[in-house]
Design a binder for this molecule. Structure first.
Ligand code: G6P
Ligand code: ZN
Length: 599
């Protein structure tokens, strides 16, 4: 076969095919698998499911088929969080992509006129490593058709755990429902996939390799995993100022951070940005920065439960001013202050919104609207109202922000599920969020807790909490949701009163959230049951769209206080949570006494 690798110097020469020997593609007959329906964020299943013969092949072929004519001559970005099975999956993608680039002209398949489709090039992160934000940035920088992201995000990895495949479209964001529905339809009909069995492509080193497949060129470019992303961050933030903060100056001691990559993909970026660029101490300011394919057997989800290790460290050591953690693929973030003072993602979004003048990117690009997902606490709405900005409430899932950003109506958004980001890319961005916080801290010269307290004193406080009941029986969870549907359908439900912990809540409104996209007018229904009370408190129930076993029930509770702003969130929300549990009869349906995770 023909392959030539280039270590960077002489790209143009390496682009040339140097051997006349060509590879041949084949057509492999296959049959559909059930359940290849992408969830909130791509297809996520146990590794062993992806390992089944043809399972991954089918899904990849269906993604390419769903792209239709656009595939012709296109380039795709490929990479992921490096979890177990990533390398095998990348080899499959390379062999299928190459084979889909080699059919010739227009010809008949089973009596149907079929047009030649062609992927001309793949750009792959070195060793298959690219964070989700990095993929989004690369798609936008290179203006390519899309990217295949190999991750199950915050789900555990390793041979016994999860793998995932997600497609991002040409704006850099997760594919919309219309695309994932089309992929799903194709997975139910697939009869064959195209494959280049002898194509052996090493993606351990950077460089360009050209293969000849059925007489045509197929190019694989392996790139440095972090270069493009680091360049983008330097354009957005004032690195000089951030370096002064981290290293300290004559007038200010170093600001001590503890950045925890939880053995996920961000380690690569944290090393480049925090250690090499900003001067953080590699021994004391960063941890778990080597990406491991099983994330060191931890659950790589940055919240108070799964990042407890970090929380305990920051709590115990008062020298730390900020702690931060990311999930496996680097789009989620958690921020804590001194002594592990917890910043809820809903508050984090509101504080960043209120301080965008500290970030050069927004100074030059302007600030358009703000947005949050429906279950996210409404703190940012108050900032939007004060600043006179448009405010959008979308269903859960980052993909719902994309159209608004593309239309220039949205600059900053976030979700309670530890996602924060802006229109610099079309994914949420964990490292970006930490750099945003550091910019605010450098500008205001205040501690995280003081920044929050000041914010609450100005705006009042939206107390927020989320209870998760993981791995419930899907039937039980479905029954509970059906029971809630019935409850809110009763015309007498509005106006009813419920009491707990000495407080009484009167139902003001209840529905199953549905959303009309303001740009393309697409409608998304059944996005969670909301019960809003007269005093402004609310409870929301949703089934998670990202789990891979059973059902995860999420109960979100939120209440607004004008002046009592420094109480404990769990104490404040206990009564409304109790009402929420009673209304749903969650205990009765699921047999669960306690949530798995509280945030
Ligand atoms: C992923 C998506 C987020 C979304 C979250 C919801 O992280 O990227 O945009 O908020 O999943 O997860 P859930 O499990 O609640 O469906
Ligand atoms: Zn993620």
């Amino acid at each position: 076969f023909t392959a030539r690798r280039d270590k960077g110097e002489n790209r143009a020469a390496a682009d040339r095919v140097t051997s006349a020997m060509t590879l041949s593609s084949i057509v492999v007959p296959t049959t559909p698998f059930e359940g290849q329906k992408p969830g909130t964020s791509g297809l996520r299943k146990k590794v062993k499911v992806f390992m089944e013969k043809n399972y991954t092949e089918n899904f990849i072929q269906c993604i390419l088929d769903a792209l239709g004519d656009k595939l012709q001559g296109s380039t795709l970005i490929v990479g992921g969080d490096g979890r177990y099975f990533s390398k095998q999956a990348i080899n499959i993608i390379i062999r299928i992509a190459a084979a889909n680039g080699v059919s010739k002209g227009v010809f008949l398949v089973e009596g149907v006129l079929t047009v030649d489709l062609k992927v001309a090039k793949l750009i792959i992160g070195q060793r298959g490593i690219l964070s989700t934000p990095a993929v989004s940035s690369l798609i936008r920088t290179h203006k390519v058709l899309g990217g295949i992201v190999l991750t199950a995000s915050h789900n555990p990895g390793g041979i016994r755990n999860d793998f995932g495949i997600k497609f991002n479209i040409d704006n850099g964001g997760p594919a919309p429902d219309s695309f994932t529905d089309a992929v799903y339809d194709l997975t139910r009909q697939i009869k064959q996939y195209k494959f280049t069995p002898d194509l052996d492509c090493d993606f351990a080193q950077t460089g360009v390799q050209t293969f000849q497949v059925d007489g045509r060129d197929f190019v694989v470019e392996v790139i440095d995993s972090s270069e493009n992303y680091v360049t983008l961050m330097k354009q957005i933030f004032d690195f000089e100022k951030l370096r002064e903060l981290i290293k300290g100056t004559a007038n200010r001691p170093p600001f001590q951070v503890l950045i925890d990559s939880m053995n996920g993909v961000t380690g690569v970026y944290v090393t480049r940005i925090f250690v090499e660029e900003l001067g953080a101490n590699p021994d004391t300011n960063v941890r778990r920065i080597i990406p491991l394919d099983n994330f060191g057997e931890i659950h790589p989800d940055p919240n108070l439960t799964y990042a407890k290790d970090l929380v305990d460290k920051v709590k115990a050591d008062a020298t730390y001013d900020l702690g931060a953690a990311f999930d496996g693929d680097g789009d989620r973030n958690m921020i804590i202050g001194k002594r592990a003072f917890f910043v809820t993602p809903s508050d984090s979004l509101a504080v960043i919104a209120n301080n965008l003048e500290c970030i050069p990117y927004f100074k030059s690009n302007g600030v358009h609207g703000f947005a949050r997902s429906m279950p996210t606490g409404a703190a940012v709405d108050r900032v939007a109202a004060k600043l006179g900005k448009e405010m959008f409430e979308v269903p859960t899932g980052w993909k719902y922000f994309g159209n608004l950003m593309d239309a220039g109506r949205l600059s900053l958004c976030g979700e309670e599920s530890f996602g924060t980001g802006s229109d610099h890319i079309r994914e949420k961005d964990g490292i970006w969020a930490v750099l945003a916080w550091l910019s605010i801290i450098a500008h205001k010269n205040m501690s995280i807790e003081d920044i929050l307290t000041e914010h609450w004193k100005t705006y009042g406080r939206n107390y927020f909490t989320r209870y998760d009941y993981e791995e419930c029986d899907s039937n039980d969870a479905g029954k509970m949701m059906a029971h809630l549907e019935e409850t809110i359908a009763d015309p007498k439900f509005v106006g009813k009163e419920y009491s707990a912990g000495g407080k009484t809540y009167k139902v003001k409104q209840a529905d199953n959230f549905s959303y009309v996209d303001p740009i393309d007018k697409s409608v998304t229904k059944n996005q969670g049951i909301r019960i809003l009370f007269e005093d402004g408190s609310r409870v929301i129930y949703r089934l998670s769209g990202t789990g891979s076993t059973g059902a995860t029930i999420r109960l979100y509770a939120d209440s607004y206080e004008k002046s009592n702003v420094t109480s404990d969130a769990q104490d404040m929300l206990k009564p409304v949570v109790e009402v929420g549990l009673e209304l749903s009869r969650l205990k009765e349906f699921t047999g669960r006494d306690e949530p798995t995770v509280i945030t």
